[in-house]
Write a protein that binds this ligand. Sequence first.
Ligand code: FAD
Ligand code: NA0
Length: 461
Amino acid sequence: NKNSMKDKRIGIIGAGPSGLAQIRAFEALKEQGYAMPEIICFEKQDNWGGMWNYSWRTGVGKYGEPLHGSMYKYLWSNGPKECLEFSDYSFDEHFKKPISSYPPRPVLFDYIQGRIKKSNARDYIRFDTTVRWVSFDENSKKFNVILDDLKIDKTYSEELDYLVVASGHFSTPNMPYFKGIENFPGTVMHAHDFRGADQFKDRNILLIGSSYSAEDIGVQCYKHGAKSVTLSYRSNPIGIEWPEGIKELPMVTHFEGDTAFFKDGTTEVYDAVIMCTGYQHKFPFLPDELRLKTKNNLFPDNLYKGILFNALPQLIYLGMQDQYYTFNMFDAQAWLARDFMMNRLTLPKETERRMDIDKWLDRNNKLENSLDNVDFQSDYIKDLLSLSDYPHFNVDKVAEMFKEWLQDKEENILTYRDKTYQSVVTGTMASQHHTEWMDELDDSKERYLYQGEQEEVLQDN
Ligand code: FAD
Ligand code: NA0
């Protein structure tokens, strides 16, 4: 019955790529003639895009809320765009011409907005609105959500039938302590507050961590003129051949003044320490019994199909996994979540769902390396795709691209972004960017697209 849901109310927390995917999923069904439930998306920032909505601020936003953004100037995609392409809205459809495989942040931000701008999505979103607290009434089976309208400083509440938590999980720093760091005279910050490499020019910097943030902030500081970059690992080094000027050392044991001491006995003097030590899944608006409690991993526990809170499936989490796949995974999740909310998907019993979760958890526990991780998340995506009508794409081909990307990075961390890949959505081969990544110091959309247009003019002539 295409009208059965029209009296229901659905709340979405966050208008980042995950929250926007949820809105887009409903819109897609509306186009098929379904009556829509009422959809309200709460977004504490004044614009959509989540992480991709760059902010120059650190600490708190203009209304005193913890600042969400962890992105920085000069950030370029860290994986091929062909691995995240929406299968219902291609890069070709958006940019009308081939672009390179590793666009800078403003270009991806533009792409995310493209398909949603074509609809009335903005009408669903209440900006400058923070979700303060959520409770669930066992009798009415509804959520009560307390909200702050930040602009007018007013608290109010809404009753909802379903709640989709799409608030992201790369925003609240995990900040370890090292003995003596309180007396370090230079800059100490977390990657969350890093806004660009400019201030680290000619500086000796120490990055703690060995994952994406350490790798990318390290390489960016190198590119923009840091004197030296040291990465300090806890478990495993990134272990690639670094260019002269970047090196990896084992974990710091402590600091004395501006000197860091490492596990292998090395000591070195630094101007700045950047903790690239990851983030916490943090939901200050959720009570104990509704809160997802997990580390950053590929299959958080208690989520059926990685999205439905098993004890209460009316509560849905999007994008809570560690991410190889991003935008297309959020889509596949959002389409399935939509079908569940629209009564188009019947759930098995809680115990059976538990067994399905355990199956994924068992496999997750056995993963040994990045290649296994890619296969795991690819199989997860295939499982999601088999359950909804999100346009299918060649997941095996994307998995291959991820594996090539891992190889590219290992071969040369400074040039991997100059490689090109082929779209699984349109078959289009990416174009070569006009400037090699190491020489490109401008990440603006204008600069990125401008030269391309010049080329077109030349070709036309
Ligand atoms: P987010 O983008 O984090 O959006 C969550 C939204 O929820 C935000 O708008 C926030 O304001 C809102 N919100 C949070 N709490 C509340 C509340 N209480 N009330 C109201 N609103 C709230 N992915 C890639 O694919 N490629 C990359 O190159 C890449 N680079 C990255 C670089 C960095 C530094 C980081 C941190 C992440 C990067 N990612 C990258 C991963 C990125 O997290 C995802 O691409 C994507 O942004 C996740 O979308 P999301 O909607 O789940 O979360
Ligand atoms: P991320 O690198 O910020 O990426 C997030 C790292 O921190 C691990 O190396 C971990 O070591 C280390 N660590 C944690 N606690 C520590 C402690 N107490 N002492 C020492 N080291 C500690 O975080 P994680 O979780 O991957 O790694 C934590 C996301 O941001 C990624 O999904 C990525 O896609 C995104 N990102 C993208 C880009 C670009 O696209 C740039 C930055 C970040 P161990 O021992 O646990 O291995 C350009």
